[in-house]
Design a protein around this ligand. Sequence first.
Ligand code: HEM
Length: 496
Amino acid sequence: MELLSGSLFLLLCVCGVLFLGLGWKGKGGKGRLPPGPTPLPILGNFLQLDPNNMLRSLEKLGEAYGSVFTVYLGLQRVVVLCGYKAVKEALVDQAEDFSGRGQLPSFSKDFNEHGVVFANGDRWRQLRRFSLTTLRNFGMGKRSIEERIQEEAQCLAEEFHKTQGTPFDPTFILSRAVSNIICSIVFGNRFQYDDEKFLTLNNLITERFRVGSLPPSQLYNIFPEIMEKIPGSHHAASKCSQGIIRFIEERIKMQQASLDPSDPHNYIDCFLVKMDQEKNNPASEFCMENLVMTTFNLFFAGTETIGTTLRYGFLTMLKYPQIQEKLHEEIDRVIGRDRIPATEDRNKMPYTEAVLHEIQRFSDILPMSLPHAATKDINFKGYVIPKGTYIYPLLSSVHYDSEEHSNPQEFDPGRFLDSQGCFKKVEAFMPFSAGKRICMGEGLARMELFLFFTTILQAFTLQSPVPPSQISLAPAAVGVGKVPPKYQLSASWRQH
Ligand code: HEM
């Protein structure tokens, strides 16, 4: 009994110290933190959060505390931004202050703060500048990336054609096509769709994403130290990552052996040349670990995102055959059937552009973006956000902001068209986020979405085995990303 009350006393002391710790952090001594629910020691606001749907939990807290509020994920203080105005005022108007990167243990653990996505400070600046320039230059050396995507889109159309009108799940065909574009950029070659190593790589990426979005991984994001010691599916994530890293390391070794520094052919070649140029600079971030991790980042950031958006896009076509018909009409009028789509067609295709924007708004695939962090103590909307605080900009609350969008729950490409039928920009549209951390692959992603989407619709009419009224567009799961429901489609060749 005495032992028990001793332990209890000790526990209360520890909790008290931690609570005071949180309270101290909360007040910051320099100003007022944004409001939020009172945190418990160690647990933070865990009791107010549903690890199966963090987005919904944060939205609910937003309804209670307003557009800027504070929440504790375990011991981690997070300021959440809701709605277009708050997200824009932070990420765009105070871009530098909000440009830090918070960690997301279920994904960032493998990177050890290396690689452009989860890096901070000078490491991030060096890697981002270099990667942006290299991706731009490799638009893409001797063969433009547009041509590469056009070629891959034809391969994708062939795969659709092979199904001969029988229903199929497009998930894996789409991710192979999209993954081949990143392969072309970082390795300098594409893979056959049945190449064993390529299939393994893609399965590992998909599996890594899936495991990272399961509830144990969400718990891992809140209580990393505790979950590290508890068995569960979250540990499988690291195994996938090790497989991906091995694949990348092998490729780097191969390319190192055949590198001609005067004629780099792809992202890895360019990085290796830069590493050599900077080998005597102690402040250089161009080292092997950053090469491996940035390559890993590009795969991760650039495959599931586009694959998921295309999957949502085709699902929408099944749900709204009348929209598909209007797209067919515009494609036939502007491109015709005798040549392949090109990016310059985009300017002449306002309806297609509006549909693609609406697909991205509606599907909202990264609803909480990636965590940011305050790079200094920030004065924001009358509050003080201490340096290092994590920031969650809820992109979902931008895309579904009812002050900014009429009927945000409705799929309506019309919101991106003016009364003349011309394409119209809508401010509350941030699928690639905004500010200094804005997605590095926006240009590439938009080109891929347009070319893959129009190439498939130029050649096929997409249909569902179930009537449109029975098709749901609601996500099957919401984690870091939104996972579209599984479905089948049949692709019938359009008659000339
Ligand atoms: C539909 C496709 C895509 C969507 C919706 C998307 C969305 C996003 C979002 C929301 C972020 C977080 C930005 C922030 O922290 O504020 C991001 C970051 C990033 N994305 Fe994309 N992305 C897409 C495709 C791509 C592609 C194709 C690439 C590869 C070239 C890419 C590379 C990156 C990188 C490297 C970052 C981290 C940037 C940084 O931390 O500085 N993304 N993306």
